[in-house]
Write a protein that binds this ligand. Structure first.
Ligand code: ASP
Length: 412
């Protein structure tokens, strides 16, 4: 994408976010009617997710050449993901303890989500997450947009193909061709993305009843919302940039500007998976990160590296305890830290997944899962914010891991 074209797209995107919010906020009924165009946009993005995940991972692994590199990159990537997710949970925990947004707050519960599904024993929830890693049926996983089992399949397929020698070459060539075509399709879709983004926001605000209905909800939970957003900002604008600068020494501002289409796709769709095609485009073609790393790190990151979700889960769990007047001791805080980190890894990159996996955190410290209903009314807006942090964390991870991979190849 040429620079001027990219800048125009950015201006259109910001304008459309602004107009979408005003339109849905002041004219909720009209906003609702625009939801249809927004849904079309999400569907178009979701249509690309499975092809992007499979072709990127298979091509990524074969480009690594030697499976030993895959092992090295795999271990580095997972370690990096776990450490930064843990850092995010720690930022959230520190802020919520410091600001205590739930102390003395009287709140009404909204039973918008079904709590039946959440009331399973903790061990069962964890077993189900592990079982869901292995697809029983590839086509079922594809048709239900289950990304994690497909990643497992693609990793297995790609590493076997890269060891199979010449017999696998035609298949790998085909995968490369497919990936090129899919990337061009995404490039075309990005040109109309501002319209989709604006309509999605207008529609969502319209469904929330416009400013008249939504602003009082926002006001009620303002100290909680403030804590989550402050935490996401500290992690996204201070912690991650420090790591980025230390590892890459590149210009953060330029990197951020190039990621804007992906961040606005994350904000408007509330889904790291739906934003993945745009994240790949921005990292590969605007920030010029290496294909080897992006093909592997970004699809995996969109599914398991949910820094914003971990932060949000630790803030929310402590907030719920504060509202219920439950005092948490140091051991319980450590359990919240660990379970928030792990359950965000288990959460899918789809809307409101973090709200559902938060039950793991609540159960681990014997808080009632029903506590979720205290915060559900504002979750759609916080979901958008944490999804932006999730996507931003993936892009930074790709930049940092690219640097470490380069250092390794130079040393070898
Ligand atoms: N919506 C988030 C994402 O896709 C996951 C979450 O609900 O926290 O990244």
């Amino acid at each position: 994408m040429k620079i001027r074209e990219g800048q125009k797209l950015l201006v259109y995107t910001f304008a459309s976010i602004f107009i979408g919010i005003l339109f849905g906020g002041y004219f909720p009924e009209w906003g609702k009617s625009l939801a249809f165009i927004g849904d079309l946009f999400i569907r178009a993005l979701m249509m690309m997710v499975i092809p992007v995940v499979i072709t990127s991972i298979v091509c990524g692994i074969s480009a690594l050449g030697d499976v030993r590199y895959l092992g090295g990159l795999g271990i580095k990537t997972l370690t990096y993901f776990i450490v930064t997710t843990g850092m995010a949970a720690m930022v959230g925990l520190s802020l919520v303890l410091l600001l205590a947004p739930g102390d003395g707050l009287m709140l009404e519960a909204h039973s918008v989500i079904s709590l039946e599904k959440l009331n399973r024993p903790l061990t069962q929830i964890i077993k189900d997450i592990i079982l869901s890693l292995v697809p029983q049926n590839l086509f079922y996983a594809m048709s239900h947009n289950e990304v994690l089992p497909l990643i497992v399949f693609a990793l297995f397929f790609g590493s076997t193909a890269s060891m199979a020698g010449s017999i696998a070459q035609p298949v790998l060539q085909l995968m490369k061709g497919l990936q090129g075509i899919i990337m061009s399709m995404i490039h075309t879709m990005m040109k109309v993305s501002p319209i989709g983004i604006g309509c999605l926001l207008a529609g969502r605000l319209g469904n929330a009843g416009g400013f008249d209905k939504f602003l009082p909800e926002l006001w009620h939970l303002s100290s909680y919302i403030f804590t989550v957003i402050l935490g996401l900002s500290v992690h996204g604008f201070i912690v991650l940039p420090i790591l980025f600068k230390l590892a890459t020494r590149k210009s953060l501002f330029k990197f951020l500007k190039n990621m804007m289409p992906a961040l606005s796709a994350a904000f408007s769709t509330s889904s790291s998976n739906a934003a993945l095609p745009v994240t790949m485009q921005c990292c590969l073609f605007k920030n010029k990160l290496s294909k080897k790393v992006c093909n592997f790190v970004l699809p995996l990151g969109a599914t398991i590296n949910l820094n914003g979700t971990a932060l949000y889960e630790s803030v929310s769990a402590v907030f719920i305890a504060q509202v219920y007047g439950v005092h948490l001791d140091a051991a319980q805080l450590i359990v919240i830290f660990l379970t928030a980190t792990l359950s965000s890894i288990g959460a899918a990159g789809i809307p409101e997944a973090g709200l559902v996996t938060m039950v793991i955190v609540l159960k681990a410290v014997q808080l009632p899962p029903e506590g979720i209903s205290l915060i559900v009314a504002v979750d759609w807006i916080l979901d958008r914010c944490r999804t932006m942090t999730n996507v931003w964390a993936d892009a930074i991870a790709a930049a940092i891991l690219e640097k470490t991979l380069k250092d390794d190849t130079q040393e070898a």
